[in-house]
Design a protein around this ligand. Structure first.
Ligand SMILES: Cc1ncc(COP(=O)(O)O)c(C=O)c1O
Length: 466
């Protein structure tokens, strides 16, 4: 009998994961730090045509793309003459299970079935659990979702509580945990006990599954406007959304489209803290995930994360929680559609950005999710107040994560904050180099690092020396 103690299970981590995803990551590693990312994506993932067919069979993809006529008109009122770009949304709520995460889950669950696994397991408190459960239901596989759901008082964020119900509605078993380090241990233990496939968010299957999203945006814009968009805004947390979308756009030929990441600013809140866990209104798409995953992508539950945003991101914008509540209300009351908070992070960023761009420019926003009982502004703001957060109207600059949610009074007040991408790239490089000196690296390793941060070798050198 194997020991199931915390230490014993953690020490078997690598072998458990290898059996549970079936990928030998070491085949792609080289030099001191390098790994052949494109080689991994080409060898492990499915082709675009295969993915489109896999997704079609389980009600994923080919989602609509609309122009926001009324919001666009209002933006022009707050922009200088000649400014005010047009915003379109890619409506991912139309996927089975209601979010873009279905694209990832469709490919992972298909792969699990093909390889003969009896079930799938995922550790997530977000839309991905529902997406995996919905796909597993359609392919006749068992499904376990491990959720970090409560603080130590056993109180759960309304959005996470709702998500557990949704997973169960699709027939999955949900294991509800309190916030803390036991998540990974429990996850590993269940994988080992069941022999199920680890439908990790970060495998090449999952990330490639999102490529169809970027590909569709490019194809649909060609039909609608005869050209590719100038900018695509993607909500960024763990990085799969932005990475997959950017790769899909490039595969479709939209190589000069600018890729903008958007996150809610939750500076000062600690994601693993029992106290802070319920002091945020947004459970994803925030800087608490977005910054660490950008600067240290391999902190994921697989040895090499296929989501690597600094390879693709041209700009990183943050918005406040209040901005997102405003964008959610504007979408509902001006455009007649309600969508979930995660996608409206990108919408808020795009509203700010549109005011600064020329009026003939086109921005596509990824509306990545449905809305529902726990995601609406009303339960979210009530929950915030119950947790001692002050909710009021006013200037976005008055937002203090964990203390206030300040909703702008008018659209003119939404101003995106543009983060210094080079300082994130520098942090990535420091993390990747760890104990190695840059000058001791081979040219292959140096090229790898340059690709990782979308810079030339000379630019990397000067950034490291700064
Ligand atoms: C609806 C929605 N949009 C965007 C994101 C961000 O995606 P990623 O984690 O791939 O960056 C998530 C992830 O939790 C999500 O559920």
């Amino acid at each position: 009998m194997k020991s199931m103690s915390y230490e014993a299970v953690m020490s078997r981590k690598n072998e458990i994961m290898k059996t549970a995803v079936g990928i030998d990551y070491s085949k792609f590693e080289f030099g001191k730090i390098g790994f052949d990312y494109e080689g991994m994506m080409a060898n492990v993932a499915y082709s675009m045509e295969e993915m489109e067919e896999i997704q079609r069979r389980t009600k994923v993809g080919k989602t609509p793309l609309f122009e926001l006529y009324n919001i666009n008109k209002l933006i022009k009122k707050y922009a200088e003459v000649g400014k005010g770009a047009r915003i379109f949304i890619k409506d991912e709520a139309a996927n089975a299970s209601g979010s873009f995460k279905a694209r990832r889950a469709a490919i992972s669950v298909y792969h699990a079935k093909k390889k003969g696994y009896k079930g799938v397991i995922a550790a997530t408190s977000g839309n991905y659990g529902a997406a995996v459960a919905s796909q597993a239901a359609q392919l006749g596989l068992k499904c376990i979702i491990v959720q970090e759901m409560y603080d130590s008082r056993k109180i759960g964020q309304p959005e996470i509580v709702e998500k557990a119900r949704k997973c169960e509605a699709f027939g999955a078993e949900v294991i509800r945990l309190t916030v803390g380090p036991e998540l990974f241990y429990t996850f590993l233990k269940i994988i080992e006990e069941t022999g199920y496939f680890n439908a990790s968010l970060y495998t090449p299957f999952g990330i490639a599954g999102v490529e169809t999203l970027g590909y569709e945006i490019a194809e649909q814009m060609l039909v609608l406007e005869g050209r590719y968009p100038d900018v695509v805004v993607a909500t960024h947390a763990g990085g799969g959304n932005l990475t997959g979308t950017a790769r899909g756009l490039i595969k479709a030929g939209a190589t000069s489209c600018k890729i903008v990441g958007a996150s809610v600013d939750l500076k000062g809140l600690h994601m693993a803290s029992d106290k802070d866990f319920n002091r945020k209104s947004f459970t994803t798409g925030h800087t608490g995930f977005g910054i660490p995953f950008a600067t240290q992508p391999d902190r994921a539950d697989v040895p090499r994360n296929a989501a690597r945003v600094l390879r693709y991101m041209d700009q990183y914008i943050t918005v406040t929680q209040g901005d997102v509540f405003f964008a959610t209300e504007a979408l509902a009351q001006m455009e007649g559609i309600e969508r979930g908070p995660a996608g409206n992070i990108s919408l808020a960023a795009a509203i700010g950005l549109a005011k600064t761009l020329d009026k003939d420019q086109i921005i596509v926003v990824q509306e990545t999710e449905y809305t529902g009982a726990g995601k609406h502004p009303s339960p979210q703001l009530t929950f915030a107040k119950q947790n001692g957060i002050l909710v009021k109207r006013g200037l976005p600059a008055e937002n203090i994560p964990g203390e206030t949610v300040v909703i702008p009074e008018h659209l003119g007040q939404i101003e995106p904050t543009i983060l210094d991408l080079n300082s994130l790239k520098k942090r990535y490089l420091q993390n990747a180099l760890k104990d190695y000196a840059y000058n001791d690296l081979s040219s292959e390793d140096q090229n790898y690092l340059a690709d990782e941060v979308k810079l030339s070798i000379d630019e990397v050198k000067s950034l490291i020396q700064k």
